[in-house]
Design a protein around this ligand. Structure first.
Ligand code: FE2
Length: 406
């Protein structure tokens, strides 16, 4: 390992090391080269296939990771064409000499199928007045469809609490059979804690691209385990959301979705956090944000309002995270007539019907992470009905719920 590390250090040159790690577009967040998966000896290869993020009616983010520092772009076009090219530009600079790519395709047509492939050209030497390119590698052609802003229906699949068990992705996705779905939602605790880039690739990105993610986007919200470990801060460089933040909202068809990042389960001053979390104020910030969203016409007019968040504010004990979520969000969800809340966290699946004095909407909790406890949640909404089925990993249906439009 030390040889690889030295190779890598030589390759990127020590002076440019931090910036050269190529993480995101802003200030580099990773400051330990051991945390990245790049190994010079492995040559010029892709470390991940492309994965789609933050879909909209006119844009799509495409992420992928290379082993070497590159100039990378996406070739794409309507139907099966690849007649357009996109790369990222920031402050007059085309993103280059990086490995973790996030290229946003913009000005796309709504409800339209596109083909695309990713291309990465190695930068062998980056001198101030002489840049030397190496070989170019090209990914397979994949397709995606932009969101239909007029969609009358939407369906999506939810997985939660995978906890570093990469085989679970394909096993759970199989439970859907051949039924169509618009996207996948990952409802937190995909990992036990964040260690390094290799973990992100091996335990989430690759199992998702092997199953669906090069052609169908996924959205992700952190659980309380994604906030732990030395690589926790880098997560933002490998995934994005419609807002660019960990909490966000979006409308798809008849559903207005609100995604809340519920943070940690214990108080901020718990010794295990060593003084480096501040989730109370973050949750309050989200409650204020939720209240603003709830004033919008889109929220009010949508046939259905669904909240997705990792820690359920009921049925998950009485630790601080649960109780603080209950204090902040329970009154808002009732006041603004949320139709359904989807959670994980407890590792015990359940469907909890509305309960007077507590919550006027159903709370659905997906299970995990061991065999026999894992679930795939299938959600579908039409103009008249929001319906859900929860399938256990042996294929049996263990929960369902239907909300009729008011
Ligand atoms: Fe959790």
């Amino acid at each position: 390992m030390s040889i690889n590390r030295r190779d890598f250090l030589d390759h990127v040159s020590k002076a440019g090391l931090l910036g050269a790690l190529g993480i995101g577009h802003g200030f580099p967040l990773i400051d330990d080269v051991n945390d990245v998966a790049a190994r010079a000896a492995d040559g010029h290869i892709f470390l991940s296939k492309p994965y789609l993020q933050a879909p909209s009616s006119n844009s799509m983010h495409i992420f992928w990771i290379t082993n070497k520092l590159c100039y990378s772009w996406v070739e794409y076009g309507e139907g099966n064409q690849l007649n357009q090219k996109a790369h990222e530009v920031a402050d007059g600079l085309v993103s280059a000499y990086n490995r973790v790519n996030n290229v946003k395709l913009t000005n796309l047509k709504p409800n339209t199928e596109y083909s695309y492939r990713v291309v990465s050209k190695e930068i062998k030497e980056f001198l101030p007045y002489k840049l030397t390119y190496g070989e170019t590698i090209t990914g397979d052609v994949n397709t995606f469809k932009t969101v239909d802003p007029e969609a009358k229906e939407v369906s999506w699949l939810v997985m939660n609490d995978i906890h570093d068990r990469p085989h679970s992705f394909s096993q759970l996705m199989k439970l859907n059979g051949a039924a169509p779905y618009d996207y996948v939602f990952l409802n937190g605790d995909m990992f036990d804690y964040q260690t390094d880039e290799k973990q992100l690739i091996d335990h989430l990105i690759t199992p998702c691209t092997d199953t669906f993610a090069s052609n169908t986007p996924f959205l992700f919200v952190r659980g309380n385990h994604e906030t732990r470990g030395k690589f926790r801060r880098a997560l933002a460089d490998y995934f994005t959301s419609p807002s660019g933040d960990y909490y966000y909202s979006y409308q798809w068809g008849p559903v207005y979705n609100i995604v809340i990042d519920t943070g940690e389960d214990k108080p901020d001053d718990a010794p295990v956090y060593a003084g480096i979390v501040d989730f109370d104020s973050y949750r309050r910030e989200q409650a204020a944000w939720f209240e603003q969203i709830a004033q919008t016409t889109a929220f009010k007019k949508a046939p259905f309002r669904v909240v997705m968040m990792h820690i359920p504010h009921f049925y998950s004990g009485d630790w601080h995270g649960t109780m603080h979520c209950r204090e902040l969000f329970a009154p808002l969800f009732d006041k603004y007539k949320v139709d359904m809340v989807l959670c994980g966290h407890t590792h015990k699946y359940g469907v909890f019907a509305p309960e007077k004095g507590a919550h006027n909407y159903p709370i659905i909790i997906g299970g995990g992470p061991q065999e026999g406890r894992r679930t795939l949640i299938k959600v579908k909404a039409t103009q008249q009905e929001l319906s859900l089925k929860m399938i256990k990993d042996d294929g049996t249906e263990v929960g369902s719920y239907v909300v009729k439009r008011q």
